[in-house]
Design a protein around this ligand. Structure first.
Ligand code: URA
Length: 209
């Protein structure tokens, strides 16, 4: 079963509270999503490998380290996932960025993909799938499924806030995918919103409420 890592830290608690506040405007909301994503990126890359190399400081010769593992891919799930891209490329500027957009057909309830473009060599990359809210887990599972069908073999999921229902679904359907979240919330309400949550992350990021 995929591992779940929750960022348990006073700074995260502080920032999540500002995100939750309905009076926080889009500009501050975007900045904090970016800041928390940077902290998630550090946590999700703890198992990356490094190689040693020789370098000279102004004082002496010493050993340096550089990341030596697979190249990275970042896949925001449209549209709210876009809000996490800036934070990730700050930490991993060389990462390639793909996009996936899906919705559920209201009659068939089947996922319909309306956009998918990912790096050509995604099968050789570590792929970080990003979406601020892991609610029912439906779109995350559908997106991961499509990425696997496209050849991706190394996937991690990064969310700002998750509900237990979403985590359970991803763990069941994609036991090979580890999940990194900043905050685990209580539950979903009858409309599928996370409680206490922060409302609709896309609307709050882009001011479309
Ligand atoms: N998506 C959101 O943006 N918010 C929720 O609470 C659930 C899903």
């Amino acid at each position: 079963m995929g591992k779940v890592t929750v960022l348990d830290h006073p700074v995260i608690k502080h920032k999540i509270s500002i995100l939750r506040d309905k009076n926080t405007g889009s500009n501050e909301f975007r900045s904090i999503i970016r800041e928390i994503t940077i902290l998630l990126a550090y946590e999700a890359s703890k198992d990356f490998t490094v190689e040693e190399y020789d370098l000279n400081t102004p004082i002496c010769a010493t050993k340096g380290y550089r990341l030596s593992g697979k190249k990275l891919g970042i896949i925001p799930i449209l549209r709210a996932g876009l809000g996490m891209v800036d934070g990730l490329i700050e930490v991993f500027p060389a990462a390639r960025i793909g996009h996936i957009g899906m919705y559920r057909d209201e009659e068939s309830l089947k996922p319909v993909e309306y956009y998918l473009k990912i790096p050509k060599d995604s099968n050789k990359r570590d792929m970080l799938v990003i979406d601020p809210m892991l609610a029912t887990g439906g779109s995350a599972c559908d997106a991961i499924q499509r990425l696997k069908e496209k050849g991706c073999t190394s996937l991690k999921l990064l969310n700002i806030i998750a509900a237990p229902e979403g985590i359970k679904k991803v763990q069941k359907e994609h036991p090979d995918v580890d999940i990194y979240i900043a905050q685990l919330d209580e539950k979903l309400n009858k409309d599928g919103y996370i409680v206490p949550g922060l409302g609709d992350a896309g609307d709050r990021l882009f001011g479309t409420k």
